[in-house]
Design a protein around this ligand. Sequence first.
Ligand code: CA
Length: 232
Amino acid sequence: MIKHNETILVVEDDSQIRNYISYILKQEGFPYFTTGTAQGALSTLVSQRIDVMLLDLGLPDFDGMDVIAKVREWSEMPIIVVSARDQDKEKAAALDAGADDYLCKPFSATELLARIRVSIRHLYKSRREQVQPVLSVGDLSIDLDKHQVFIKAEPLHVTPMEYSLLTLFFKNMGKVLTTQYLIKEVYGIGYGTDTQALRALMAGLRRKIEPIPAKPRYILTEIGVGYRLVDE
Ligand code: CA
């Protein structure tokens, strides 16, 4: 068994789900702590070295959203929200409040571990605080120094807006980015909640980068929440 150094905190009041997650983490060799309350989460965070937090939003004492806000006052640690499948608004709000990703119940061990792997990678990336100049996924690559996009090493013409959108995805590979976040980053604050423009921009970009734009393999739609660049 591979030993991991990253300690996971599981915050979940449903004991069945808590045990399920614990079982997976134990199998995978992750050290972990568990708690069923927001209070428990905060006291564990101040007394232990925690690298990644799995957070259920519906907790008996405080809302999980309050935990995110509190933790973000002092830490940039990855927070993965565990939420029910039909609560798109809640997922988006949690991401906008500072969560890094989310998992929908019910989820498989593979999904859970994939999310944890992505968050650990981002944890080290942000600790090193360096982004490699050339990033790629499949046949698609971007050179952040030269401001150039390539498909199969062939330069691809993109507009400045498409380029800035693509840059955001490559800097957050594997991570879901909310519609609100993308609008703010690409168009600036004050653009409001006009999702139409972003959707048009995304459609144009997909026509350029996706082999089959109607079935994207690079930038996936997370319905009701936003988009995610696949992490291969
Ligand atoms: Ca709950």
